[in-house]
Design a protein around this ligand. Structure first.
Ligand code: SF4
Length: 341
């Protein structure tokens, strides 16, 4: 997406009263740095300003803090060939494109998404797939990006077929926001493209129960009818979902839609995102509050991607402490119990 398009997108936000004309000039500077796009479905179905702030650019994005990074989770140092991130031994990210339906204002790949050179060339796709073919320890291939569901269904189908044909690959996972932000695009062609002999999983990115309207429920149902299990990943965001009531509503709504909450991400230190940051202690406290309210089915794993490419680490509340041979275990009501191993 070009800067010109980004600025055009800012202008359309003004037309829709999502920003004021005073804000527009400043936001054009934001749009020169980071991509801007809000899908038609989000605009039509979202009334909450708290939910919309995930997509509407803000002047705070130009405030880059010292500890913020252009590649906060260290994708580039684990990229043996273009389009592949091989951080953990048994799985790779396969990123055939850097295009999304929406551009989230807190995105950890915001330096890359929608910034040009958006789709890998045929030669680059071949090299990426050859890397997977030649690496027998790869059990799982995770289509990521950008959003892999933005690819034309015929193109996606060809990629799914090529990955499915690799004998040692047993699981194909898709990370996508499209069923949440553009559910009408979950088409028969897309469903067909996902067919594989291998186990297929989808992880949808969703941060608020208000994002799950009837159209989204229907899109999720269509994918589930194909026998595809769906999990979710959410990001803990100040002003969007940083209280236990909102997280409870989000996780309950996901489960009601047969989606298992999988990850709650502590916000990565991407440039210009500090206005969305919730501190780690508050995040742990929220997860503790949630444990007393909802079943395990409604719990996500609270994780930090360690800056520098060291991978994800669970950072939820610690329920166990130790003094010599004695353990102290905290129950869901906060009471401590001695435990001898
Ligand atoms: S959909 Fe994902 S990759 Fe795309 S902008 Fe949002 S967080 Fe980033």
């Amino acid at each position: 997406m070009s800067t010109k398009n980004n600025i055009k997108n800012c202008q359309s936000l003004l037309d829709k009263d999502l920003i004021t004309s005073e804000e527009l000039t400043g936001l054009e500077k934001v749009a020169q740095k980071f991509s801007v796009s809000i899908s038609k479905s989000v605009l039509e179905n979202t009334s909450s300003p708290d939910v919309l702030k995930q997509y509407v650019p803000a002047i705070e994005e130009l405030d880059v803090k010292e500890d913020e990074l252009d590649d906060p989770i260290g994708d580039s140092i684990h990229s043996p060939v273009k389009g592949i991130v091989h951080r953990y031994p048994d799985r790779v990210l396969f990123k055939p494109l850097h295009v999304c339906e929406v551009y989230c204002r807190f995105c950890f790949r915001r330096e890359n998404v929608g910034r040009g050179k958006e789709i890998l060339s045929n030669e680059e796709i071949d090299s990426a797939i050859q890397y997977i073919e030649k690496t027998p320890e790869i059990f799982e291939v995770i289509f990521s990006g950008g959003d892999p569901f933005v690819l034309a269904p015929e193109k996606l189908a060809k990629l799914v077929k090529r990955i499915s044909d690799i004998e040692h690959v047993q699981v194909i996972r898709f990370h996508t926001r499209l069923p949440i932000v553009s559910p009408e695009k979950v088409s028969a062609g897309l469903l067909e493209a996902l067919e594989s002999e291998k186990a297929v999983f989808i992880v949808v990115h969703c941060n608020s129960h208000e994002e799950i309207h009837d159209g989204v429920s229907l899109a999720l149902k269509k994918l589930q009818k194909e026998g595809i299990p769906i999990l979710s990943q959410s990001v803990l965001l100040k002003g969007v979902n940083d209280c236990s009531e909102k997280l409870e509503q989000l996780f309950r709504t996901l489960v009601k839609n047969r989606v298992k909450p999988y990850y709650l991400h502590h916000l990565d230190k991407a440039e210009g995102t500090s206005h969305f940051r919730v501190d780690l202690t508050s995040g742990q406290e929220l997860m503790k509050e949630l444990r007393g309210k909802v079943s395990g089915l409604c719990q996500a794993n609270y994780v930090i991607d360690v800056p520098g490419g060291f991978g994800k680490v669970p950072v939820g509340h610690n329920y166990v402490s130790q003094d010599g041979k004695e353990f102290f275990i905290e129950d869901w009501q906060g009471c401590q119990h001695k435990y001898f191993d």
